[in-house]
Design a protein around this ligand. Structure first.
Ligand code: BES
Ligand code: MN
Ligand code: ZN
Length: 481
């Protein structure tokens, strides 16, 4: 989908030929002299248009515009949230198979956060999954014009949002694909595709190379499946080689059955989304290629299935991680931390300024924070604050969780250096405490996206989160160096 920002107000928008025109009307709307402005002012005065966020007044071929469908929509205060609500409602009301060119016009000077919200909301409201449909009916919309009188002021925010949308859609696409269409091998190929983009390179390791590295914990998870594992290493080189990179680590469990500690049948299909962390790393690299910030970034993805064949790892088995620490696998369903810990150890070789892992790690995080905010854990306040602020800026929210040493008590065992599970209490925190043992050599943060990476129910599907947060965070790193 092609996004373009135009310096134009309601007068200009009224002459632009398009399939649909959405006019965003704030509560403090002041009418100009042009016909469309007068129409909006009249509609407000007569109470036919309410400026509360999401309230619609649909029109058909009004003489005041050159569009087939026009919808006036309230955006209340004009905050990112209000604009999002408005755009989602307005797009739903004009979405038809013939909607190819859409114009979204601000009826008052646009705030940066509002412009970003328009771009991301239009993309979200029109995304269609087609990969495994026999008669794909994809997105008809191909061109989105956003009009604002103060376009030059908000151009940078607009470009950033368009880059994030590109990345988030790649993340959605891979997360949505069923496990038999998104195997570790196919994820490796997707990463190699990304390496065709400017400044990106990629290396994909298989079982032999991973064994040589001594990733005994990652291998223990993969050994229960006939599908071979992949360890993906992506590089984005936007700065001098001498500049230390930021490393992103994605959990890439392409299907999580739980292993011998098998999951219950209901909703088990949703465990195809257990590679959403990996998908967010792929998406972030796509956005980096578009936005070209002056930083270096390494992306690591540990990809395998968590299944149950005759070789599957058993509860009580003890394995040796790449770090040398031994792990007692008390629950084979706590596999995410087992693949991530070896990837974290691998990250040491890059002497990174920071490492951020992204994982659909615990059901406990869904209970704690629901689907609104991702869980944020970090050993460094500056890093935690930067990620938190990036989440706010991108409207891809997170919330900091604790890492007190007392939580690590639950992972003690007589049979290895550490157990892979504590009790049910504080489950997302004990999982983070497990990871922390493998992240002592660099500033580290962990994002538990179990609640935010996808939606269940009627609107089942990947959200593309937290690509917005990650891209915003990395652009901030570029500004600081
Ligand atoms: N992938 C799951 C976490 C998950 C569960 C994400 C539900 C989203 C929705 C993870 O591998 C897992 O199974 N975690 C266990 C850990 C437990 C065994 C300590 C969990 O959360 O139940
Ligand atoms: Mn699991
Ligand atoms: Zn899992």
């Amino acid at each position: 989908m092609n996004f373009e920002l135009k310096p134009m107000g309601l007068a200009g928008a009224s002459t632009e030929k398009c399939d649909a025109l959405i006019v965003l009307v704030p509560q403090e709307f002041k009418a100009g002299k042009d016909d469309l402005s007068v129409l909006v002012a009249r509609a407000i005065k007569s109470s036919d248009l309410d400026t509360k966020p999401g309230k619609l007044l649909p029109l058909y071929r009004p003489v005041q515009a050159n569009a087939v469908r026009v919808v006036l929509v309230g955006i209340g205060s004009g905050s990112a949230r209000d604009v999002r609500t408005a755009v989602v409602a307005a797009v739903a009301s004009v979405k038809t198979a013939s909607l190819k060119k859409l114009l979204v016009c601000f009826a008052a000077p646009a705030r940066e956060e509002a412009v970003r919200a328009v771009v991301t909301a239009v993309a979200d409201a029109t995304y269609v999954y087609t990969h495994t449909k026999s008669k794909p009916e994809g997105r008809s919309l191909s061109k989105v014009l956003v009009a604002a009188t103060n376009a030059t002021e908000v151009q940078a925010s607009f470009d950033r949002a368009a880059g994030i949308v590109d990345g988030a859609e790649l993340a959605k696409e891979w997360a949505n694909r069923p496990a038999n269409h998104a195997t570790p091998t196919l994820l490796g190929k997707a990463a190699q595709e990304l390496a065709k983009l400017p400044k990106i390179s990629c290396e994909v390791l298989g079982p032999k190379e991973v064994a040589k590295l001594g990733m005994g914990s990652f291998m223990a998870v993969a050994q229960g499946s006939d599908e071979p594992l992949r360890f993906i290493v992506l590089h984005y080189n936007g700065a001098a080689k001498t500049q230390a990179p930021t490393v992103l680590v994605g959990k890439g469990i392409t299907f999580d059955s739980g292993g011998i500690s098998i999951k219950p049948a209901p909703e088990m299909d949703e465990m195809k989304f257990d590679m959403s962390g990996a998908a967010s790393v792929l998406g972030t690299f796509r956005a980096l290629a578009a936005l070209k910030p002056a930083i270096n970034v390494v992306g690591l993805i540990a990809a395998c299935e968590n299944l149950i064949n005759g070789q599957a790892v058993k509860p009580g088995d003890v394995v040796t991680s790449m770090s040398g620490q031994t792990i007692e696998i008390l629950n084979t369903d706590a596999e995410g931390r087992l693949v991530l810990c070896d990837a974290l150890t691998y990250a040491e070789r890059f002497k990174p300024t920071a490492v951020v892992d992204i994982a659909t790690l615990t059901g406990a995080c869904v209970i704690a924070l629901g689907g609104v905010r991702s869980g944020l854990f970090s050993t460094q306040d500056a890093l935690a604050n930067a990620l938190f602020a990036a989440g706010d800026a991108a409207q891809d929210l997170c919330w900091r969780m604790p890492l007190d040493e007392d939580y690590a008590e639950a992972l003690k065992t007589s049979f290895a250096d550490v157990a892979n599970v504590g009790g049910r209490a504080g489950g997302s925190i004990t999982a983070a405490k497990f990871l922390q043992r493998f992240a002592e050599k660099f500033p580290w943060a962990h994002l538990d996206i179990a609640g935010t990476a996808w939606k269940s129910g009627a609107a089942k599907g990947a959200t593309g989160r937290p690509v917005g947060l990650l891209v915003e965070f990395l652009l901030g790193q570029a500004r600081n160096t």
